[in-house]
Design a protein around this ligand. Sequence first.
Ligand SMILES: NC(=O)c1ccc[n+]([C@@H]2O[C@H](COP(=O)([O-])OP(=O)(O)OC[C@H]3O[C@@H](n4cnc5c(N)ncnc54)[C@H](O)[C@@H]3O)[C@@H](O)[C@H]2O)c1
Length: 275
Amino acid sequence: MSNQNLKDKIAIVTGAGSGIGAGISKILHDRGATLALCDLFGESAEKTAKNLSNDYLFDSVNVTEKSEIEKFRDKVIDKHGKIDILVSNAGVIGAKGFPERKNYSKQDWDDTFDVNVIGVVNSADAIVDHMKNNKYGKIINIASQGGRKPRGLGDMYRGNVQTPYLVSKAAVIQYTHLLAIELGRFNINVNAVCPGVIWTPIWRQIAENHIEQNPNLKKMSSKEIFDELAVKARTPLGRAQTPEDIGNTVAFFASEDSSEITGQALNVNGGATLD
Ligand SMILES: NC(=O)c1ccc[n+]([C@@H]2O[C@H](COP(=O)([O-])OP(=O)(O)OC[C@H]3O[C@@H](n4cnc5c(N)ncnc54)[C@H](O)[C@@H]3O)[C@@H](O)[C@H]2O)c1
């Protein structure tokens, strides 16, 4: 167990029911924070919560609906009197397939942006006024390395990239910058974490999309594509990240160790992009 530098802090995590959200929850819990966990699928948030403590609030919250995150905020404040930390982690690949850029449909763009961008906006909107009143807050948005500097995938794949997803994650980073400018004078830090590659349902979907698009990859399983092409061929450290790796960086941004850092987007990607 790590140090308890988040003791007495109340943290909301969105998309807490799976993958990175569950890993973030575990690390914040280990650091002493009290958690309130939500997910589109309430039962998955419940599972993450109950794995950590019988006392944690959990609920089903669709972040695309502002009223749902507002309702959850009210529950958390009713129970704990405050919210110190918001981790906006809920995200989707959005588009079903992996077409050429011009073939993404309006629906693909909407499905992606509704969760990845509007969900982050809604979550911050619901909680910022409360943090402003408290003159304290830590907001951490989960973006992606691809939202900063997408790499051409053409060398390994056929050249298609998940365009709406990458653009949505760039928007998350820009929104993080703008919130940091606005909220700094209220002692609210706003930062983004940019994960590299983590084997979660999102990455399985990406790999399956690659296989569908590229006949040369059909002999590989989705996990082999992840291990060989996404990790080994691209990452100086030569290994995938884990949900807990992302949680460790979130915990840093949630703590006073980073009190002079705001408006930043930090890659946690084993050096896969260098900036
Ligand atoms: N896995 C990776 O390699 C990777 C890399 C970069 C960034 N990310 C980002 O990390 C975050 C977590 O992804 P993950 O890999 O753990 O994926 P995941 O699919 O395992 O988890 C995403 C969670 O978000 C929830 N969610 C989806 N739509 C929602 C909605 N409308 N409202 C509330 N919750 C919703 C899902 O139910 C799920 O529990 C996402 O924002 C993703 O874009 C992941």
